[in-house]
Design a protein around this ligand. Structure first.
Ligand code: HEC
Ligand SMILES: [Cu+2]
Length: 363
């Protein structure tokens, strides 16, 4: 895996396909998008040359001596007018038709696509893999650091590639080759946009709305991913990488590593990772803010009022109360909330870590 990433990075510069106008083309959409682009491009070049040449020719041919009044006997030419209306209409309709067909194909992901969620926030990406509940970061900061070190000469290209491969073991958007992938895009704060130039796909991330894009990557390698909607000061630093794995098995292996925990970390940190990775983050804040569920700030050791089987009760939120709340969320419903907490299957260890994390948020 590591070796594959390193070699992919080294071959990044020599990848097939990049042209003066377009980057390497490695998705199912690339041939059509590039075809449309070059169609418009060559039509424009053709008319630019034709019109400029005629302009110069006519300037020369019909130039009149100074002082002579401009006159013309030609006020109508049916054939010419039909031609210069008809040909542009046909050309524009062709552009519309190719664009429309391409748009429809891009807007309709196949039903068997693998689904990944990309969440944009100021100024980072998070990718989640619903099949395993794994959330990995876009690691923009790490990539920026490596890039700066490379530019300043602190790292050689080879060292930079190695460092990047290491970061990508637990970060970035990963997909298997030749597999339809649907990416659902979300925005946590302001407008962002997910853009993968090598795949020719782009989708705005709009707060409060779930957007979709899909693609099928056609060549293993590492490609760039950008935010392409100006979203504030850190916008230009908001990029990440897409890794296309050479096979489903290779992808599965990566996912297993990415989903594992670095158990040398302190429990509180592991608990924070669980909070993010297992989606507690979307309902439980750490700063006192009320979301769908109660905040974890000051939760541990506080007195909780709840309803259990229709009767009121209260308890001190200790380790066993928290464990029970996680394992059987519908048993005791805290006052002021509704029973919206899902059963998220956590391992015993994950529950232990999360509990330590909640403890650390005691006031
Ligand atoms: C879809 C929203 C949602 C998600 C996701 C969610 N919870 Fe909750 N959680 C709630 C709600 C609502 C309550 C309060 C109602 C209740 O007690 O069931 C709650 C209550 C709790 C409580 C008890 C707090 C109290 O004041 O009594 C704990 C502990 C807890 N959740 C832990 C977790 C953990 C750990 C995760 C992640 C694995 C998680 N929750 C994911 C919505 C959610
Ligand atoms: Cu952005």
């Amino acid at each position: 895996m590591m070796q594959f990433l390193t070699s992919s990075f080294q071959s990044l510069a020599t990848q097939t396909g990049p042209t003066f106008w377009l980057p390497e083309a490695v998705s199912n959409f690339a041939p059509t998008v590039d075809g449309d682009f070059y169609f418009v491009y060559w039509v424009s070049i053709f008319f630019l040359v034709l019109i400029t040449a005629l302009l110069i020719l006519f300037m020369w041919k019909y130039s009149a001596p100074e002082g002579q009044k401009a006159t013309s006997q030609n006020d109508h030419n049916l054939v010419l007018e039909i031609a210069w209306t008809g040909i542009p209409v046909i050309l524009s309709l062709m552009m519309f038709w190719y664009g429309y067909k391409g748009y429809v194909a891009m807007a309709t992901p196949p039903a068997n696509a693998m689904v990944i969620t990309a969440e944009a926030a100021k100024w980072s990406w998070n990718f989640s893999y619903p099949a395993s509940g794994t959330v990995v970061s876009g690691a923009s900061e790490d990539f920026n650091e490596i890039r700066n070190a490379l530019r300043s000469g602190e790292l050689t290209a080879e060292q930079a590639a190695e460092r990047e491969a290491k970061v990508l073991e637990k970060a970035g958007l990963h997909v298997p080759v030749n597999t339809p992938v649907q990416v659902n895009v979300l925005a946590a704060d302001v407008l962002h946009s997910l853009f993968i130039p090598a795949f020719r796909v782009k989708k705005d991330c709009v707060p409060g709305r779930i957007g979709q894009l899909w693609f099928e990557a056609t060549e293993p390698g590492v490609y760039s991913l950008y935010c392409s909607e100006y979203c504030g000061q850190g916008h230009s630093a908001m990029h990440s990488k897409v890794v296309v794995h050479p096979s489903q098995e290779d992808f599965d292996k990566w996912l297993a590593v990415a989903a594992s925990y670095d158990e040398t970390l302190p429990f509180t940190e592991l608990g924070e990772i669980v909070w993010k990775r297992k989606g507690c983050v979307s309902c439980h804040s750490l700063d006192g803010a009320m979301k769908t569920g109660p905040t974890w700030k000051g939760l541990f050791g506080s007195e909780r009022k709840y309803t259990e089987n229709g009767t009121l009760g209260s308890a001190i939120a200790d380790e066993s109360y928290i464990e029970e709340s996680i394992r059987y969320p519908m048993k005791k419903i805290s006052d002021g909330y509704t029973g919206q907490m899902p059963v998220v299957k956590l391992t015993d260890k994950e529950i232990l870590w999360v509990t330590e994390f909640i403890k650390s948020l005691r006031q």
